[in-house]
Design a binder for this molecule. Structure first.
Ligand code: SF4
Length: 148
């Protein structure tokens, strides 16, 4: 199982915002450059995270992105669950749909396995991901994504 690029970008962003200094407001463009993702992907992640109440976007001169208190306390499991959605892990309902789907037991087993994966991430908070060593790496990222 692999996270979608959208979820990965979103998690990179919340981790970087979690170590922002006092008064430091990254713009979407700067965050995209630092975290080595295309601007359009970052803009979509920002919009979704703002909608979920995890990131605040301040507009205007001196504006930028802030992690909300809810974002800081959120579990990684809750974020991943929300962003990944509840679709099948395999192509059960693709076009054409899988001919086994009426009697398939694998489909349910995969859904259960995914829930176990999410449940293990429920124990992990955004805050807990930014230990001092990670904090150091995240804080010194330059806008070309390389360490200072
Ligand atoms: S075999 Fe089962 S899990 Fe796989 S695609 Fe078909 S219905 Fe889905």
């Amino acid at each position: 199982m692999r996270l979608t690029a959208f979820t990965d970008v979103s998690l990179r962003l919340v981790m970087r915002l979690a170590v922002a200094g006092e008064g430091e407001l990254l713009t979407t463009r700067t965050a995209a450059a630092m975290l080595a993702v295309p601007y359009t992907h970052m803009a979509k992640a920002v919009a979704r995270l703002a909608e979920m109440g995890l990131v605040e976007t301040r507009r205007g001169r001196g504006g930028g992105l802030l992690l909300t208190e809810a974002g800081r306390r959120s579990s990684v499991g809750a974020i991943v669950r929300e962003l990944e959605g509840a679709g099948d892990l395999a192509g059960c309902e693709d076009d054409p749909p899988c001919p086994l789907r009426a009697a398939c037991r694998l489909r349910g087993a995969l859904a259960q396995a995914r829930e176990a994966f999410y449940a293990s991430l429920d124990e992990v908070t955004v805050e807990s991901l930014v230990s001092p060593s990670v904090r150091q790496v995240l804080r010194v990222l330059r806008e070309d994504g390389s360490p200072a």
